[in-house]
Design a protein around this ligand. Structure first.
Ligand code: UDP
Ligand code: MG
Length: 165
């Protein structure tokens, strides 16, 4: 059985991708999902929620000493719009997910990336992606894990998307 956080380095690698409240408010959910879907990555977990303060604090625990931390947690949790949390699966999805999002500061994000195409400010950068296998395991476990929340499934086009020859 595949662990819920996947198997890094294989076609079953998994990452946690989120559309933040500004991305939801601005109607960018379908675009962000569509980019991963069209690339060939497989959606194995999806939910819409207003995260609790506890969840946001734990998700961003590494940043708890930063001056922007309180504002960041408020932005994520104040309920002015929900967050879409997703788990995507496929080859190199952790590193490629980060490439697809673009640089943390949208002013440094290239055209063709999500942030480079749709946003302007580091505090409203519309999306999140795990930055390493360790982060992906932590974040998938934090946002998902209820029974049946992650689905292992075979796509009919798997053989047309993933092969080494
Ligand atoms: N952030 C912010 N101000 C900053 C730096 C970061 O508000 O000066 C927020 C921003 O939403 C960013 C998040 O904190 O996406 C997490 O920061 P990190 O460095 O982990 O960037 P990411 O992994 O999201 O690219
Ligand atoms: Mg980060």
């Amino acid at each position: 059985a595949v662990p819920i956080h996947g198997v890094p380095g294989t076609a079953k690698e998994r990452t946690f991708i989120a559309v933040k409240p500004d991305g939801v408010q601005r109607g960018l959910v379908s675009d962000i999902i569509g980019r991963f879907e069209r690339r060939g990555y497989k959606l194995v977990g999806l939910k819409l929620l207003v995260p609790s303060k506890a969840l946001a604090n734990e998700h961003y625990a590494d940043l708890s000493k930063k001056p922007f931390f309180a504002g960041l947690v408020d932005y994520m949790t104040n309920g002015k719009a929900p967050v879409i949390g997703m788990v995507w699966e496929g080859p190199s999805v952790i590193s490629q997910g980060r490439v697809m999002l673009g640089a943390t500061d949208p002013k440094a994000a290239g055209p063709g990336t999500i942030r480079g195409d749709y946003c302007l400010s580091i505090g409203r950068n519309i999306c999140h992606g795990s930055d390493s296998a360790e982060s992906a395991e932590k974040e998938i476990g934090l946002w998902f894990g209820g029974k049946g929340e992650i689905v292992n499934w075979a796509a009919n086009n798997d053989e047309w998307v993933v092969s080494d020859n």
